[in-house]
Ligand binder design. Sequence first.
Ligand code: CU
Ligand code: ZN
Length: 176
Amino acid sequence: MNPRFTLSILSSLVAAVALAGCASYPAGNRAAAKLEPTRGSTTTGTVTFVQTGGGVQVSGEIRGLKPGAEHGFHIHEKGDCSSGDGMSTGGHFNPGGKAHGHHGMGDHHTGDLPSLKADANGVATFHFESSTIRVGGTDNNIVGRGLIVHRDPDDYKTQPTGNAGPRLACAVIAAQ
Ligand code: CU
Ligand code: ZN
């Protein structure tokens, strides 16, 4: 094929994808996190965050989990996965200075998300709405923070971590 023609098809495709991405929500209100395995882990995944009128729509698919098990899932303070074990993301994102707890119930960190539930194949597919976090703005803005999948279930009461064990996957939440 004529290389110039190929290029023109490619740029039309890129334009179409960009338009589709912006059709529903204004720019700056979407973010995504690409989870990479920590050392010794095979957990991967992608999570998207879309700010709407009612809250943030959070959707994702995470693989390489323990089949049938629950896994703690949090936004952590720092968008830094450089340590290789997820520890460089620091503690749970907690701008309100609250205790650790359940997402959307009573006292909880801004970064406390609903736990992941893996199916028989070790895959967690989920969608939930959050009125705790925000994409953009100043208060509770999750852009630039870390996202962590833990090995163990969150007990929702051990302070300040939920006792969810080692960190299986890490991502930086990036604006889209
Ligand atoms: Cu965590
Ligand atoms: Zn917490």
